[in-house]
Design a protein around this ligand. Structure first.
Ligand code: 13P
Ligand code: ZN
Length: 272
């Protein structure tokens, strides 16, 4: 039995290739983490090496103490993961305080977890708390259309949510609470981790201006699907603008009716 035969590892790797094929992961762009379930940890126990040193995460995540995560390596390319998972991804364990991590599998030729580890873990911490342990996936990518829109649309939650809802009728069904925007910040540290986790308290999506997007979800399919839906809406938005702009659209009352019929907890703030 190989570690890649285990179902969650297989699904994790499948997503990295799907994201690469979408064009969301130039070079080492993007990163991805999964909070491993207890029964899955038991299945991989045999593969784990416990001897590495603990290192500082850079943020405190006490409710993630002793949890295990599968994460992409910093500087590693999504397109290479399926070919050689053990060289490009890692499993890390958080210490009992939620302040340090150690590598227990992977990155076999050296390396570190993604430089966005503080943002990933801070988001996991918030989502674990707010979803009663349900959400397990945090995914960051660099899709061209959503990034392009951050140069044109006002950088507000309302502007981005309405624009994305409007471009495909299914969007309010997929993300009824909306999406949040983090203004441009230096990536890879504590400050952007905290700013992003504040957005994640309200939404499952944080757009990083002029950089990319973070999505959170319960499982691989719904998280990938969320990213896919938003990026497709952004693409439609750009096509509409390139054809001279909207001539008609879904009215605000339409969203209200949709929310009623689909029983959605739609964010009324954006419909005022
Ligand atoms: P890493 O290679 O460190 O994951 O960085 C890629 C990235 O997208 C930074 O935001
Ligand atoms: Zn990035």
């Amino acid at each position: 039995m190989k570690i890649t035969d285990i179902s969650f590892v297989e699904k994790y790797i499948r997503l990295t290739m799907d994201g690469y094929l979408k064009g969301w992961h130039e070079r080492n762009g993007g990163n991805f983490s999964y909070r491993i379930k207890k029964d899955e940890v038991e299945k991989i126990e045999y593969f784990l090496n416990k001897n590495d040193e603990f290192q500082a995460i850079g943020v405190n995540v006490p409710n993630l103490a002793n949890e295990y995560f599968m994460v992409t390596g910093s500087g590693k390319y999504m397109r290479n993961i399926a070919l050689n998972p053990e060289d490009n991804i890692a499993i890390i364990k958080i210490d009992e305080k939620g302040e340090n991590y150690k590598i227990v599998w992977g990155l076999k030729n050296g390396g570190k977890p993604t430089s966005e580890l503080p943002t990933h873990l801070k988001n996991h911490s918030i989502k674990k708390e707010l979803t009663s342990d349900k959400f397990r996936v945090i995914y960051h990518s660099h899709p061209a259309n959503i990034i392009a829109l951050t140069f044109v649309l006002p950088l507000t939650d309302k502007d981005f949510t309405l624009a994305m809802w409007e471009m495909m009728t299914e969007c309010p069904v997929i993300f009824p609470r909306g999406i949040g925007v983090v203004p441009w910040m230096v990536p890879g540290g504590k400050d952007i981790a905290i700013a992003t986790s504040e957005v994640m308290k309200k939404y499952d999506v944080a757009i990083w201006a002029h950089h990319g997007i973070f999505c959170a979800g319960e499982d691989f399919d719904s998280t990938f699907g969320l990213m896919d839906a938003i990026e497709k809406s952004a693409e439609i938005y750009i096509k509409v603008m390139s054809m001279g702009g909207k001539k008609q659209t879904i009215p605000k009352e339409g969203f209200i009716q949709l929310a009623k019929d689909f029983n959605l907890d739609i964010n009324q703030e954006f419909l005022k």
